[in-house]
Write a protein that binds this ligand. Sequence first.
Ligand code: XMP
Length: 430
Amino acid sequence: MKQDMIVILDLGSTENTTIARQIRDLGVYSEIHPHDITVGELEKLENVKGIVLNGGENRVVNGSAVDIDPSLYQCGYPMLAIDHPTAKCEMTRDSLPTEEEMKEFVFGVCQAEANWNMKNFIEDQVERIRRQVGDRKVLLALSGGVDSSVVAAMLIKAIGQQLVCVHVNHGLMRKHESESVVEVFQNQLHANLIYVDAVERFLGKLEGVADPEKKRKIIGGEFIRVFEEEARKLEGIDFLGQGTIYPDIIESGTKTAKMVKSHHNVGGLPEDLKFELVEPLKQLFKDEVRSCGLELGLPESMVYRQPFPGPGLGVRCLGAITRDRLEAVRESDAILREEFERAGLNKKVWQYFTVVPDFKSVGVKNNARCFDYMVIIRAINTVDAMSATVERVDWDVLERITNRILAEVGNVCRVCYDMSPKPPATIEFE
Ligand code: XMP
């Protein structure tokens, strides 16, 4: 089925995504489009029931004000103007509409139907994927992160064995993470999954490399090479599945945004590997991706997974990676996650993890001097990861975590808690 849609024209307001969310929360689909959309382009979007214009202070780009094509006022769609008073609109407000006002516009003025929900969305996408792919094959890099996992589940529902998932274990995953990808996708969802054990290869390339940027480049570059090698072994693949989500598109594509961030997931594949993209989540916000994953039957632990950097534990085992310190990071992280879950903090805290610096400190174990590693715990809250505050973790919880790390993780004699907000400290250490 095709859902009714309210279009938001992007005149540079930072509130556009909030408005899109507000409308979707009413059960009506909403998309943001550039301010210079033409009447013809707008008419091509099916089922548009109304338009929202929102100006605000960003309405000036390169010294001149941006405005919509004046002929849009004549094309018959009901319009709501926020902070952009114009007598040509059905409704005007000088600040964000309340829920009641938005309901009045969407259902009263536009006569839209509340037919946007995850079940309909999945049905619609499954049909689109089948139409796009036909009887051909799709390749997907399945990291186990929220977005790639939900894309995989969606593609399995749509095309089953025509999807080939590749999971690269680079040795920098958290405890049991690769195993759970295999368990969920191979054993439970019966996906066509290629598991690549590249642990030795990655650790070999990283040996002795201490510079954070070099480490990131090696991990990213090697990932693409491994993925490319697997892709070349396969025959008859025409499509590449990608976990692009709506904020990626908004951030990299608006004409009025002040800061433009380029976005790529499996970017950098060689030119001769030409794939058409399949991006079934590109209309969803992050929390909608999670609801979609739950609706598709993925476990909560996978869907509510906290953000985890692409280079994984590689940037938490500080300096040149050694196997003993990498294990100390992995084991201490597992303890931290277990104890946060037990204390109910996993649902409250945005991101939490441990790091192990590349130096030792003096301690005493079994009545003798020891010289062992240090584990640092970091737990932060943020809205957009641009700034962050430190979680005030209960002392008893911290003490329990500390005692477990000291008792269960080898070569560690000291545990610290990082008190630094961002800025000046970044969330990760490297
Ligand atoms: P920082 O350390 O810059 O981190 O304050 C902000 C957020 O981004 C995550 N992060 C990354 N994510 N690849 C990623 O996919 C990376 O290389 C990377 N580095 C940092 C970090 O975990 C935090 O959530």
